[in-house]
Ligand binder design. Structure first.
Ligand code: BTN
Length: 271
């Protein structure tokens, strides 16, 4: 048996270690807020700089991808959003942008002895269960990205795990896997460090290869659902642009680009 430390995040402690690699200043810390992504977007619209970080102990209207809700009860998870203002964001870097947060979380979990994979494009999985999610939102000015909001939610303590009827994929949390108390400050700082380290390498070979090396379901049959259509195939890795390579039943190879889609292993289609 291990005891869970219910310590709350300390803004003073976070401030002492931030910024890291240009991220985390200014820091907006909220005990309770609707959604850190909404708050970060509001700040970005008011001109808040690259690296602005919004952290909340609790979200009352946390948002997931595809309009889903994201559960973030008090003192149990990590809920954070970064304002990024990447220069010359190219359309071909969009896939990599979506993997940025997942890669940072997966590597940060490694510090806690938790080996994580990435369900393409950006769900973080441990033992086939989702442990973290990433929501990337971009504000466009014509063809130019005015700013990007990188929202990251990590299930840290058991209390952060939503009930079965609230999720459409099995979930877990860091402490349940690590079987020890996990310091949320260190985890948060490690995530920020990862985002800061990979941002300048967005979409380059090193980043795609790091993403590829953590790709979940490699060699396995999956179903990808996109806008009413669905395609099944064997995962064959990533392209140099971060598209998912699938080998169909007839041997044809297709590339799936990051968009509004769901990926799940074929043997779990009923979930
Ligand atoms: C998903 O897997 O569907 C994405 C989940 C993203 C959740 C995070 S928690 C912090 C940030 N604020 C939000 O409202 N959502 C993201």
């Amino acid at each position: 048996m291990f005891m869970y430390n219910q310590a709350m995040l300390s803004v003073t402690r976070l401030q002492a270690d931030l910024p890291i690699l240009g991220l985390g200043q200014p820091l907006y810390f909220h005990q309770s807020i609707g959604s850190t992504n909404d708050r970060a977007a509001e700040l970005a619209k008011q001109g808040s700089p690259h690296g602005t970080l919004v952290v909340a102990e609790e979200q009352t209207a946390g948002r997931g991808r595809a309009g889903r809700k994201w559960y973030s009860p008090a003192n149990a998870a990590l809920a954070l959003s970064l304002v990024l203002r990447p220069k010359d964001l190219k359309p071909e870097s969009m896939g990599a942008l979506s993997a940025l947060g997942a890669l940072a979380v997966a590597e940060a979990l490694g510090n806690e002895g938790v080996e994580a994979g990435i369900k393409w494009p950006n769900d973080v999985l441990v033992h086939d269960r989702k442990i973290a999610g990433v929501l990337v939102e971009i504000s466009w000015e014509g063809d130019e990205a005015e700013f990007v909001i990188l929202g990251i939610g990590v299930n840290v303590r058991p209390a952060s795990i939503p009930s079965d009827d609230e999720v459409d994929f099995p979930v877990t949390c860091v402490e349940a896997v690590a079987k020890k108390h996990v310091d949320r400050h260190s985890l948060l700082l490690a995530v920020i460090e990862g985002v800061g380290r990979w941002s300048p390498q967005l979409g380059n070979n090193a980043m795609i290869s790091a993403w590829n090396s953590r790709l979940a379901y490699l060699g396995k049959e999956v179903e990808v659902r996109m806008e009413g259509e669905s395609v099944s195939g064997r995962v064959d890795g990533l392209t140099s642009g971060g598209c998912l390579l699938l080998v169909l039943k007839d041997g044809k190879r297709i590339e799936v680009a990051v968009g509004e889609l769901h990926l799940r292993p074929v043997d779990r289609r009923s979930n």
